[in-house]
Design a protein around this ligand. Structure first.
Ligand SMILES: Cc1cc2nc3c(=O)[nH]c(=O)nc-3n(C[C@H](O)[C@H](O)[C@H](O)COP(=O)(O)OP(=O)(O)OC[C@H]3O[C@@H](n4cnc5c(N)ncnc54)[C@H](O)[C@@H]3O)c2cc1C
Length: 620
């Protein structure tokens, strides 16, 4: 057992190693990787944590106030759709893509015979989010998402694009994007009006219409939804297209080719579209989000016609889990800044971390981070397992979920929206509180907390709002009977808890688990209006029970190795989120946060015997 970590040695959460200072992500990845995978990955994650903590963290601070600019026209009045990025952004891109942030999950990286599980991608994205809190993280996630879609649905026609999306050589890289939202519909994707017709002369599909929110607007591997002639209304009539930024007749416009131009590529090198303007956003400065007009824009059909929405669901699932991993990374950074500041800042003659209320705040922020990360990386593990199974299946079955009735897929359908819904809100809460812990400075732009909060605020909106995700939870239960694998996996975990120090906590989770199962059965018999009214509560309840069981399992394993910290984390989470309390806990005599501050917040070693008893009671 290592630790504690002396957070007071730092002045701020920059110029340090985000991997080395985050035992939570280390533990979660060690848990979901095989030994061989972890051995391969650990030094690389350490190296990436160092790069993100130094160069990328500095660059992110700069880009936050010097973000991309759009120059729609050239000096002759020709449309040039030129997005001008600061050089720091290119440096970040090169560092991240060459570190394999996307490539490693798709191609065997150096030193391995097969790709890493997707958990590795989610782990790197988490680390990147410490610095690039939802900005550059967005294009990275969409690059992985577009690659995932092409790998799953393309018949090889778009192999060049797939190769570029998954390249480790920065010169050969292209990035993905995802154009769904139109003015009349973001949540209601089926309202899309963009049309596609096949042009015999050029051999391309031609798109016409407007897209209203287009992040990474100039991505070369953009996937867009459009309606072909005579297609039905709603989502069933949508097909998926790859819409390059460059004129596809000129070949794939890789990063290397783009940088070879002196400034903007000439208008003749571009596809037929118009970038109207970039949105003036609250945050996420590093990613240009704009409005696009398609006007006979050249495009390739991806997969089957009129299956675009189902295919896009595969990308969305990956984006939603990426969102969750990013949310956990933001929480990690917010917590790092808070731990450092609370150790150094003195008020009334003592470091503020000495005060009971601050101890309780930091304990609860830490427990939230542990809970969010455990849930997200468990979902990432299920995602990785399913992808491996799909890749290994002879016919590549189960591509869009329709023929996939596996437990992994059905469980994932439930865990993904829940992960995105819960972690997004937790990230905002943690970032908001981290700002307050910095005091007045936290509200000042020179400190990172204002950016953390601004960037976190997008997490519940893009890739589906909380309400939309809660409705997706209902769909997963209704259409995929996702409660079946959910119930099995929670029960197995609870049955496996052996250590007596966990018995009270396990009993609480077990009891709530049965109540939750009853609630799921009850909702299944109710009308749609009633079920929708309760959907968000249900999603949160699912998170709490599943996380309770997960943390208990981790605690049980750790106790067997004479490590009591996770037992404390599980106990605090369950007591807070699932246990009944009288008078809101004010009278219960519990001094947990004061007693266990060091092991929980600073990772001080705590042996199993030290947590064997019931929670510390008021002795007065
Ligand atoms: C910074 C940023 C970047 C973005 N980038 C992209 C991008 O790259 N590509 C892309 O396609 N989109 C992008 N979006 C758009 C985003 O995905 C949508 O804004 C989001 O899905 C919501 O859609 P909407 O704006 O049309 O809101 P609406 O769908 O109109 O929703 C408005 C409100 O109504 C609620 N609501 C809707 N339907 C229901 C219902 N049935 N029951 C209960 N409540 C409901 C929603 O929860 C929301 O609170 C981006 C958005 C932002 C802010």
């Amino acid at each position: 057992m290592d630790g504690p970590i002396e957070f007071g040695q730092f002045e701020e959460g920059r110029h340090c190693n985000y991997w080395a200072l985050d035992p939570t992500i280390q533990r979660e990845l060690r848990r979901v990787y095989t030994d061989g995978e972890f051995e391969w990955a650990e030094p690389r994650l350490e190296e990436f944590g160092e790069v993100v903590g130094h160069t990328i963290a500095d660059n992110a601070d700069y880009i936050a106030t010097h973000g991309p600019e759009l120059h729609s026209y050239d000096k002759h009045g020709e449309v040039q759709n030129f997005v001008r990025y600061p050089a720091e952004q290119f440096e970040d891109e090169e560092l991240a893509y060459e570190a394999g942030i996307v490539a490693d999950a798709f191609r065997a990286p150096p030193g391995r015979d097969e790709p890493m599980p997707f958990s590795h991608y989610f782990g790197m994205l988490y680390l990147l989010s410490y610095a690039e809190t939802s900005g550059f993280v967005c294009p990275v996630a969409m690059t992985a998402g577009a690659a995932h879609v092409l790998e799953t649905f393309d018949d090889g026609t778009l192999a060049e694009y797939y190769e570029a999306l998954t390249s480790r050589q920065y010169e050969d890289v292209i990035e993905g994007a995802m154009f769904l939202t139109e003015k009349q519909g973001g949540s209601d994707v089926g309202a899309a009006e963009t049309t596609a017709r096949y042009d015999e002369d050029s051999g391309y599909w031609r798109l016409t219409g407007e897209k209203w929110f287009c992040s990474n607007i100039d991505g070369e591997g953009t996937l867009a939804l459009a309606r072909t002639p005579d297609a039905p209304e709603g989502t069933d009539g949508l097909s998926m297209f790859l819409v390059p930024h460059g004129d596809p007749d000129g070949g794939v416009l890789t990063k290397g080719r783009r940088h070879a131009f002196d400034g903007a590529p000439p208008p003749a090198a571009l596809n037929d579209q118009y970038y109207r303007r970039l949105k003036d956003k609250l945050g996420t400065t590093a990613v240009p989000t704009g409005e696009v007009e398609f006007d006979g824009t050249k495009a390739y059909l991806v997969g089957e016609q009129e299956r675009g929405f189902k295919q896009m669901a595969e990308m969305l699932n990956l984006e939603r889990l990426s969102n969750a991993a990013g949310a956990c990374g933001i929480m990690g950074r917010a917590l790092l800044e808070s731990r450092i500041h609370a150790a150094n800042r003195e008020a009334f003659g003592k470091p503020i971390q000495e005060y009971p209320l601050m101890r309780a705040d930091l304990v609860d922020m830490t427990v939230d981070h542990e809970a969010a990360t455990a849930f997200t990386f468990e979902a990432a593990r299920v995602f990785s397992d399913r992808e491996r199974a799909v890749r290994a299946s002879e016919d590549g079955t189960a591509a869009d979920g329709e023929s996939d009735r596996s437990d992994a897929y059905r469980l994932l359908r439930l865990l993904t929206p829940v992960a995105k819904l819960k972690t997004a809100r937790m990230a905002i809460d943690t970032a908001s509180y981290a700002m307050e812990i910095q005091g007045g400075n936290g509200y000042v732009e020179e400190f990172v907390t204002s950016r953390l909060l601004r960037d976190a605020q997008v997490l519940p909106i893009w890739e589906g709002t909380e309400n939309v995700l809660a409705l997706d939870v209902l769909r997963a239960l209704d259409r995929e009977a996702a409660h079946e694998p959910f119930v099995t996996t929670v029960q197995e975990r609870l049955d496996g808890i052996e250590h007596p120090a966990l018995s009270d906590t396990a009993a609480t989770v077990e009891s709530e688990f049965h109540e939750l199962s009853g609630a799921m059965a009850d909702l299944a018999g109710r009308d749609a209006e009633y079920a929708q009214l309760k959907a968000k509560r249900l999603a949160r309840y699912i998170f709490d029970v599943y996380t309770g069981a997960l943390l208990l399992e981790e605690a049980d394993d750790a106790l067997a190795a004479d490590d009591g910290r996770m037992a404390l984390v599980a106990r605090r989470f369950v007591d807070r989120e699932l246990a009944d309390e009288e008078a809101r806990g004010i009278t219960d005599g519990d001094r947990f946060a004061v007693e266990y501050f060091e092991p929980i917040v600073h990772f001080a070693p705590v042996r199993a015997e030290a947590v064997a008893g019931p929670p510390v009671e008021d002795q007065s």
